[in-house]
Ligand binder design. Structure first.
Ligand code: 1GP
Length: 246
């Protein structure tokens, strides 16, 4: 089954949870262990990526190690065309819609497209929208982050992504953000678009994950909390709260 169909099918049945692992932050073996534990707790896919420090070597090694241990899809979440893995089940073919740098809106994608085709990795078209504070990804991506007080601006970006034919929208507060994307912004985007809505950045506990789900996220992404956790009951509670299965 294509990853796109898997996402659509699962998201129809309720909110999904995806676990983000940065290949620069731990060994491939440790990443595979984390992915396997998260899968056992109900995570629906593993995303691999990071804003800085991703190399072809650590990316390939991490994806290969994870794929040996888990059955859920492994999706590459790229920061540019410099590293693309043939081993991922799919990759987000994404544009940072509110970057002021053409590089991040379309030029990296032009560089990546022929490589993705050659590798035969499934592209998942996605509009990426950085919300304040945006953290490292906002800085590196030269984003003009959407102010937290402007849900209407985020919804207009999300609708533009849908009208451009993109299959997914990602509202990103930035990895390690002190606060997640505001609920009002999530719910307005959800009411405005008809494609799946991904929300990530700053979701560190079950309560926040539940609020993000109830606001309307179709996919809740957590990264930092998984890296920092002991892979114990708190993580299980968070994944279940994100999915509404607790
Ligand atoms: C970052 O949205 C993801 O791209 C996850 O953020 O690391 O804060 O969970 P956290």
């Amino acid at each position: 089954m294509k990853v796109k169909d898997y996402i659509h099918e699962r998201a129809e049945g309720g909110t999904m949870h995806m676990t983000l692992l940065d290949p620069a932050k731990q060994s491939p073996e440790r990443a595979a262990e984390m992915a396997s534990v998260a899968e056992g707790m109900g995570t629906d896919a593993i995303m691999v990526g990071g804003s800085t420090g991703v190399t072809q070597e650590n990316l390939d090694a991490t994806i290969v190690a994870i794929k040996r241990k888990v059955k859920v899809p492994v999706i590459y979440f790229p920061s540019g065309a410099h590293a693309i893995s043939p081993y991922a089940d799919a990759l987000y073919f994404m544009s940072m819609l509110n970057s002021v740098a053409l590089e991040n809106v379309i030029l990296q994608q032009v560089a990546a497209a022929p490589i993705v085709k050659r590798f035969g990795v499934e592209p998942l078209s996605m509009g990426y929208i950085v919300v304040e504070p945006g953290m490292k990804v906002g800085e590196v991506g030269k984003a003009k982050p959407i102010p937290r007080s402007e849900p209407g601006t985020a919804a207009a970006f999300a609708l533009a992504a849908e009208y451009l034919g993109m299959g997914l929208v990602y509202l990103e507060a930035g990895s390690g953000a002190p606060q997640a994307v505001p609920e009002e912004m999530i719910s307005l985007c959800k009411r405005t678009i008809s494609i799946p809505l991904i929300v990530g950045g700053g979701i560190r506990d079950a309560e926040t994950a539940a609020r993000v789900r109830k606001a309307g996220a179709d996919i809740v992404v957590t990264g930092t909390v998984v890296e920092d956790s002991d892979l114990g009951e708190d993580l299980r509670r968070l994944i279940q709260a994100a999915k509404g299965t607790s």
